[in-house]
Design a protein around this ligand. Structure first.
Ligand SMILES: [Zn+2]
Length: 93
């Protein structure tokens, strides 16, 4: 098996800015995604694992810009783990 060491982790907070993701009243998915991403990012750093985030504020990051951001965070030939946070809304049962 060809094992490669992971260079780092990219923590992605889904949606942001005008793209709210799932909405229920005044609850916006984008805010939960950012909170989750910040928590994961902080824990990784505490554990000494290199980590970077795609966004750290409530900003819109369309799909193409998000991909470009991921590509600029680490060189393409590096082995990187990408964690993208989303929290979907469920229907009534
Ligand atoms: Zn989502």
């Amino acid at each position: 098996m060809n094992e490669r060491e992971i260079t780092g982790v990219i923590v992605d907070a889904g949606h942001g800015g005008v793209d709210s993701g799932a909405v229920n009243g005044n609850i916006y998915e984008k805010n939960f995604n950012l909170q989750a991403a910040e928590y994961i990012y902080d824990r990784l750093r505490e554990l000494g694992i290199p980590a970077k985030m795609t966004r750290e504020e409530d900003v819109n990051l369309p799909k193409n810009e998000r991909i470009a951001k991921v590509r600029e965070l680490y060189p393409l030939d590096e082995s990187v783990l990408l964690i993208s946070n989303h929290m979907n809304a469920g229907g009534e049962t």
